[in-house]
Design a protein around this ligand. Sequence first.
Ligand SMILES: [Zn+2]
Ligand SMILES: [Zn+2]
Length: 189
Amino acid sequence: MSDAEYTLEDELLARARIHAREVVDDHGLEIDLSSVEWDVSKRATRRAGACRWESDREVATIVLTRRAYERYEWPEFAAVLRHELVHVWQFQRFGEAGHGPQFREQAELLSAPRHCPTFSEPRYVLRCLESGCDWRAQRHQASEPVKTPEQYRCGVCSGEYEVEHVESGRTWTTAGGFGGAKAALGSQW
Ligand SMILES: [Zn+2]
Ligand SMILES: [Zn+2]
């Protein structure tokens, strides 16, 4: 793992801890943050966050997903964290957690999403190649703009863009490049 990845995880955890403190101080969520443990998941999971409870130690662990932190804007990620903090509250108070009326009521007070937050990794990312333009788009299927990028243009500046196959990191800018990437990956496609 590179230093850059450590830095991102440190940043994620630092921001998460600060926000958790704000939720307790400003919204009056009655939880004991000192017995909460934190973890970052680096696995390719669809869950943006999770909360584990070890009843013998009475310790709740909030697990946040690195990829979700990279994909989300902070307000969206902070809402995921508040969802998990509601679970902490349930575990610390009742020894169990769920998404019933008790959860909904507390989640509403914190403007936290009701459902366990998931996110789906796009299969393809389109990225403008013009310097100074940060246009990006996501595609879940090999649509025409994915297969023949030379026929299309950036949605903002009309420049050329590249397509990335997210799982492999392979990129292309032409139909030929798409075919080559697909052939090279074979069954991993
Ligand atoms: Zn949940
Ligand atoms: Zn552009």
